[in-house]
Ligand binder design. Structure first.
Ligand code: NAD
Length: 290
């Protein structure tokens, strides 16, 4: 396929490189980043999007997606499909889907989980909203960039799945970290805590697969000085999106709200910016209730 790829940052560059390695003709554009090997350079987003079967965007946020969509939709070939893999507001995805449809184009919101490691290894999970036809067009590309693509329904449903998943992740990480910090104060050894919880009803992905305690459980960012991994700043972004969506939909999400407030304090006031989101454990360590 002829593919345009816009947004070649930490995630986009390895995803575009994997498509090129698999034999697709990939043309890339980024305001700052260089094209990875195998991807030819366009001079503008519109040039990257023109005359392609599929255009993929991997951008920082919804405001930028809206701006880029305004620029590229008029340049795209009728019948082509725009696949946005960024994490953005459900509303932004649905608005861009409407604009694409009006222009005779397909649109999928297809945010990912799996992080930079998954992008490089081609093992991302895609959560996809949009039509069956657009999903079938993009499916071979999801198979290259990832190990799983779940079609979640109509436009915006991929973003809905992503923010619900990450709201659970943020809440669960905090619960795991505060439990470790309590265990410390109760004199419980961290390895014993892991051995019990990871095989008991408190088990979770954050405990079993991404344990926030250094030296415990499988290798995780905690074993690498809390270098991300998945940065606390990105977790805060996703929790904000979840609370914005909850507000718009009038959904009661007290745990998501509390997790957002804690990550906001951690990132903005407590030195959490640029650290892995599991660095909540050293934040809780030694703190009292005051
Ligand atoms: P990044 O900041 O590394 O990359 C974004 C890229 O977009 C940058 O290179 C930037 O120059 C480029 N860009 C910005 N405006 C542009 C424009 N108008 N035209 C062209 N390029 C433009 O971010 P990332 O880590 O690659 O994340 C991308 C998206 O993926 C975000 O929405 C993020 O929430 C989501 N995501 C990230 C991770 C992760 O672990 N990094 C995991 C899952 C989802």
């Amino acid at each position: 396929m002829k593919i345009g790829f816009i947004g070649l940052g930490n995630m986009g560059a390895p995803m575009a490189a994997n498509l090129a390695t698999a034999g697709h003709r990939v043309t890339g554009f980024d305001l700052v980043a260089e094209c990875p090997e195998g991807v030819s350079q366009a001079r503008s987003a519109a040039e990257a999007a023109g005359d392609r079967d599929v255009v993929i965007t991997m951008l920082p946020n919804g405001a930028i997606l809206r701006r880029v969509a305004d620029e590229i939709l008029p340049a795209m070939r009728p019948g082509a499909v725009l696949v946005d893999c960024s994490t953005v507001e459900v509303d932004a995805a649905r608005d861009v889907a409407g604009a694409a449809e009006a222009a005779g184009l397909g649109f999928l919101d297809a945010p990912v989980s799996g992080g930079v490691g998954g992008a490089a290894a081609g093992t991302l999970t895609f959560m996809v909203g949009g039509s069956d036809a657009a999903f079938e067009t993009a499916r071979p590309l999801f198979d290259i960039m990832g190990q799983k693509a779940v079609h979640c329904g109509g436009a915006g449903n991929g973003q809905a799945a992503k923010i619900c998943n990450n709201m659970i992740l943020g809440v669960t990480m905090i619960a795991t970290c505060e439990a470790f910090a309590l265990a410390d104060k109760l004199g419980l050894d961290r390895q014993a805590m892991f051995d019990v919880v990871s095989t008991s009803s408190g088990y979770s992905w954050t405990m079993n697969a991404y344990c926030p305690a250094p030296g415990i459980g499988p290798q995780s960012p905690a074993d690498n000085g809390y270098k991300p991994g998945f940065a606390a700043d990105l977790m805060l972004k996703d929790l904000r999106l979840s609370q914005q969506a909850a507000e718009a939909a009038d959904a009661d999400t007290p745990m998501g709200q509390a997790a957002m407030a804690l990550y906001q304090r951690f990132v903005e006031e407590e030195g959490g910016a640029g650290r892995d989101f599991s660095a909540m454990l050293p934040r809780f360590e030694g703190r009292g209730r005051g």
